[in-house]
Design a protein around this ligand. Sequence first.
Ligand SMILES: Cc1cc2nc3c(=O)[nH]c(=O)nc-3n(C[C@H](O)[C@H](O)[C@H](O)COP(=O)(O)OP(=O)(O)OC[C@H]3O[C@@H](n4cnc5c(N)ncnc54)[C@H](O)[C@@H]3O)c2cc1C
Ligand code: FES
Length: 285
Amino acid sequence: MDAQLIPASLHDCPVVESRPVGAYRLVSFVAREVAALARPGQFLMVRAAGQSLDPLLPRPLGVHEIDSDLVKILIEPVGRGTISLAGMRVGDRLSVLGPLGNGFDLTGEGPALVVGGGIGAAPLAFTARALAARGRDVRCLLGFRTRGQAVAAELFRNLPVEVYTEDGSMGRKGLVSEPLSEILCALEETNDSSGNAIPEGADSSGDEDKCAPDEFPEIFACGPDAMLAAVARLCSDCGATAQVSVAAHMACGVGACQGCVIRTVDGYRRACSEGPVFPAADIEW
Ligand SMILES: Cc1cc2nc3c(=O)[nH]c(=O)nc-3n(C[C@H](O)[C@H](O)[C@H](O)COP(=O)(O)OP(=O)(O)OC[C@H]3O[C@@H](n4cnc5c(N)ncnc54)[C@H](O)[C@@H]3O)c2cc1C
Ligand code: FES
């Protein structure tokens, strides 16, 4: 995945929209440079602009959507930083550092499966739209705890979305790893051990064109660690590839403080500057 090529700058951005989306809050602000540079899976370090030092540090938030000069973020108010950001109103100003991190590598081919858990769905609308714009066949599986969070699936307008909730209050009941497992297992069964498909009624000497293997989709995932670990295990079991965006705690966001390191097969890596997107197979879960 690309390292960040352009140094991030600090932007002072006016909020132009702030509205609840179920349990979350969608905040849009004007940030021409960020909008022009941001790639799917990148994030921003965001805090309220001005004199208040509480909280002192900005918080990492994924880029949810770009609309011309507008950047949209989706916030789950869980603590001091996100509650303060979710309280921003039209006319307030945000201090925004970014875009930061590597983002998803979208250059592959073939079908793509976008898998989100909870607020991890936030950066995936931008990702799914970019994949579709590249002509890839996209399918989105989004899992939430309850209906209040699942309402965010409406932000994936015009994308093929399947919603799962743990309590069954919206969409299908269950964890999002369950349909993922079914999809991958079904494809595994249609492929022989060398990865070639065995179409019904065909013998093994069949015409190559008619025997194109059923492709495993490439998976793009963001969500809680337990969900990402399940995605990594399912993909490793059947030979599918996945890129996962990890939500490490961050302080500086630019690779200076080492506060966000995660363990990978190549040693410790900084989630902010060498991630937040990593190949699932590289992470030591
Ligand atoms: C790359 C990246 C992108 C993100 N994108 C979004 C986004 O688009 N929208 C959004 O709402 N949130 C996003 N987050 C998560 C968000 O940054 C954290 O929830 C936030 O830092 C919490 O700050 P706080 O001050 O509100 O909560 P705190 O008071 O710091 O924490 C509140 C509670 O949440 C826990 N917590 C805090 N941060 C994390 C974390 N990273 N992982 C697990 N638990 C945590 C704390 O232990 C505590 O229990 C993202 C995180 C990363 C790293
Ligand atoms: S947050 Fe400081 S190095 Fe990653």
